[in-house]
Design a protein. Structure first.
Lengths: 209, 209
DNA sequence: GCCTGTGAAGACGTTCACAGCA
DNA sequence: TGCTGTGAACGTCTTCACAGGC
């Protein structure tokens, strides 16, 4: 396949495929067809083949895909063959829950440093042994700990300011849990995680759909 | 505008517009143009006008939109002119953080009941005064408390089972925080909130550009 | 002049359908 | 025969460009 633009949705699906493949490895499944993987991931089989085709040829005609190999290849495509250092800002309920969450570590994400604006929280040590730094030290500590991805768990009115500090580091990828659209220049990528937006979708569905 | 299918993305954006409009109300802004709102929401102005056009005419030519009115209309479209009752399952770090989170209440979402499989947690009262019920009682308690939207914060291997119980109630909308694709019949809508997928997107961006 | 509302054009992503190969 | 890989067809969403109206 020629060089072509890869849809953002393809990357999202690759991530979902990898999750499903991991489960299959655990279950001892060794070979999977696009049809079977499609059923598990609730997508069209052709979609899976096309998604993979952007990056090469991974299957065997008449057979399917070898689960372990495909998982390895997808993780490599996504850049998950290394550990990523996260910097988290805002140690409220949500921030602390994220730190304690097991899934991150399992996927190769590691919290390298934590920050809060509240001086009552600064200096406190978290269960993981991580120290809470004041926001003022964000740039310095992020550089020292090689933070590559910023996680924003602050109230919405503080999110842009934190993003600006991340840009200064520079951190070029931000996971934003605050319900605002953050403005960043090209070269920095923001992903938003917004529960309320999802809930609103459900409310709309229940109301109109 | 004729009857036409409304893109899912439109609903998501309406939710984002409403957030921006709320901020504008707080700031005392009374009129906004599609251009201005577009800047704040990082979208194309024509997109906003088209999104709104699916539902009617809300603006004044040569002027723009009245902030308060537009906010009211969008909330009505989304079905946010009522309170929605949530049922949450899985009172781990994340589940508890969600319960404590302020944003839900502010948008008209209310936790009506909570569940956990761990019998050590069952019977405990949460800070909000909400009692943790055993999962066995899900169907009954959801019916009694008029739960309309189910929130799944369990480990992935339990998510489908919980979804099945929700379907029994029946709860026709599910917000799923577990990193698996849940299978549901038509008539039930699932929205997934998956941090790891978002992080994988960022990792890919940092790796491949 | 300015900004909304909207048909038409364009870009993009998904699905089909079949050729190619084990 | 069975399943992948892929160009072509299709459908959907977004953007343009301008008519309509304050």
């Amino acid at each position: 396949m020629k060089f072509m633009k890869i849809p953002a949705a393809t990357i999202t699906r690759l991530s979902i495929y990898s999750r499903a493949l991991e489960a299959m490895v655990d279950e001892g499944v060794t070979v999977v067809s696009s049809k079977h993987l499609a059923d598990v991931c609730s997508v069209n089989p052709a979609q899976i083949r096309k998604d993979l085709a952007y990056f090469g040829q991974f299957g065997v005609r008449g057979v399917g895909y070898f689960v372990k190999e495909l998982l390895f290849d997808i993780k490599k495509i996504l850049g998950l063959n290394k550990q990523w250092n996260l910097a988290i800002v805002g140690m409220g309920n949500l921030g602390c829950a994220l730190l304690a969450h097991q899934n991150f570590a399992k996927q190769g994400y590691r919290f390298a440093c934590a920050f809060d604006a509240d001086l009552m929280k600064v200096g406190r040590k978290l269960a993981t042994g991580l120290l809470i730094h004041p926001v003022d030290e964000l740039v310095r500590v992020c550089r020292e700990t090689n933070a590559e991805i910023g996680v924003i768990c602050t109230p919405p009115d503080k999110a842009q300011e934190i993003a600006n500090r991340f840009l200064e580091v520079p951190v070029k990828a931000i996971l934003n849990f605050a319900p605002v659209q953050i403005q960043v220049p090209d070269g920095c990528k923001v992903e938003n995680v917004d529960f309320t937006v999802k809930l609103d979708n459900l409310a709309y569905h229940l109301t109109a759909g």
